[in-house]
Design a protein around this ligand. Structure first.
Ligand code: NAD
Ligand code: UFG
Length: 335
């Protein structure tokens, strides 16, 4: 299949690229490199051992999208491109709505014009807001609590409406839990610009002595050890979920297909620190701080639907995630 990856140079997109090439798909990346480096493309070439086709461009550029879809005879789009920092979205909501929501509308218009009927969207567990019950299944009420989350929720609504007006369209909405880890080669991984917001990349920089200590945001949650619990999923398992979702769209008649992509198992911040210690032999200095605004105590997925319908199964452990993230950090001496 000829597949366009918007945001394909980013963290999840680059890992998905590798898995799609592995399944002999023709893949083209479109990215504006606002949150990624072009060096990723060279790393991808080392992994897949062939030239990477890419376009430097923006999903807000309608004529570029139209040209790209037609030139590469694109049959399916996986839409990763988006801004994703929760705090930044609070300070710059219009930038988030424009990039994420207007960008997606633009992309859908181009798909409509080019008659591209398969679309996979990167959504997030953030659309569920504060969990009302656990594990969180796909029917859980939706209630995003920050502008970033609301862009994802709005896009989901737009996709549902769009699918009602275009009967050929087959859409998968993938709600990721906490993607972590890196490619087994150590050549690509999570490399956020500036000080990381997320636990695992922050921890890697502490282990690498770039940051002095990890701040644990709260140790008096109603959890066994008091620290927050999340569903960390290896980025390669996540990438394989996209391949399965795309193949599923070839056979389904259902217009909208929503799947949680998580392991179904929660780990606390302290357990992640211990796993790092065990897997890599490095201890992480930490200090307990107050709770971070907007954080929930516990969040993990019910992933039965993806397992059953997509025939997908996450295989990597928390230790695998941590080890691979550390390998990437060391190999690339990120500073
Ligand atoms: P990322 O920032 O590493 O990758 C996104 C890529 O999109 C970047 O390469 C960026 O340069 C590109 N991009 C952004 N706006 C663009 C635009 N207007 N035009 C073209 N390219 C653009 O992020 P990621 O972690 O790989 O996330 C991918 C998607 O998954 C995002 O939509 C994100 O919201 C979603 N998601 C991520 C997480 C996570 O924890 N990483 C969790 C849930 C959902
Ligand atoms: N945490 C710390 N210290 C840190 C960073 C995080 O203690 O320096 C804690 C948080 O309080 C939380 C856990 O580690 O308990 C995970 O936090 P992350 O920031 O890594 O991830 P979040 O669950 O807050 O959010 C992530 C993405 C969101 C996405 C969500 C989906 O950042 O975009 O997962 O579940 F929506």
């Amino acid at each position: 299949m000829n597949i366009l990856l918007t945001g394909g140079a980013g963290y999840i997109g680059s890992h998905t690229y590798c898995e799609l090439i592995d399944k002999n798909h023709n893949v083209i990346i479109l990215d504006n490199f606002s949150n990624s480096e072009k060096t990723v493309l060279k790393q991808l070439e080392l992994i897949v051992k062939k030239p990477v086709e890419y376009i430097e461009g923006d999903i807000l550029d309608f004529s570029l999208l139209k040209k790209t879809l037609s030139k590469y005879k694109v049959e399916a789009v996986i839409h990763f491109a988006g801004l994703k920092a929760v705090g930044e979205s609070v300070n710059e909501p219009l930038r988030y709505y424009e990039n994420n929501v207007a960008g997606t509308i633009n992309l859908l218009k181009a798909l409509d014009a080019a008659k591209v009927y398969k679309f996979v969207f990167s959504s997030s567990a953030t659309v569920y807001g504060t969990p009302e019950y656990l594990p969180i299944d796909e029917e859980h009420p939706l209630n995003a609590i920050n502008p970033y989350g609301r862009t994802k929720l709005q896009i989901e609504t737009i996709l549902k409406d769009f699918s009602c007006s275009n009967f050929d369209m087959k859409i998968a909405i993938l709600r990721y839990f906490n993607p972590s880890g890196a490619h087994h080669s150590g050549l690509i991984g999570e490399n956020p610009k500036g000080v990381p917001n997320n636990l695992v990349p922050y921890m890697m920089q502490v282990a690498n002595h770039q940051l002095p200590f990890l701040k644990i945001y709260g140790d008096n949650y109603q959890t066994p050890d008091g620290s927050g619990i999340r569903d960390y999923i290896h980025v390669t398992d996540l990438a394989l979920g996209h391949v399965k979702a795309l193949h599923f769209l070839n056979s389904t008649q259902t217009p909208i297909n929503i799947f949680n992509l998580g392991t179904g198992k929660g780990s606390s911040v302290l357990e992640v620190i211990q796993a790092f210690n065990k897997a890599c032999g490095v201890s992480i200095p930490f200090k307990v701080e107050g709770k971070r605004d907007g954080d929930v105590a516990v969040c993990y997925a019910k992933n039965e639907r993806a397992k059953k319908v997509l025939n997908w199964q996450p295989v990597f452990s928390l230790e695998d995630m941590i080890k691979s993230a550390w390998k990437f950090q060391q190999k690339n001496k990120i500073s």
